[in-house]
Design a protein around this ligand. Structure first.
Ligand SMILES: [Zn+2]
Length: 55
C-alpha cells in the first residue's frame, strides 16, 4: 500500500479524514488537513519544511 505524506509538514496521512481539502471541499492528497484547509495553506512558517527541503 502506498503511504501518503503531507508535502508541507511530512506527516504521514493514514486516514481519508486527515487529508487536506480544496476550496470545493474535495480531498487534496498532497497535504494533511492541518496544512491545507479549504484550499488555504496554514502555518507554513511554523513547520520545518525548509529544513527538510534543504536536508
Ligand atoms: Zn501537513
Amino acid at each position: 500500500m502506498k503511504r501518503n505524506r503531507c508535502l508541507n509538514c511530512g506527516r504521514v496521512i493514514l486516514r481519508l479524514l486527515d487529508f487536506g481539502t480544496n476550496r470545493d471541499l474535495s480531498v487534496n492528497t498532497d497535504y494533511c488537513r492541518h496544512c491545507l484547509h479549504r484550499g488555504q495553506m496554514k502555518d507554513l512558517k511554523t513547520y520545518k519544511s525548509r529544513a527538510v527541503l534543504h536536508g
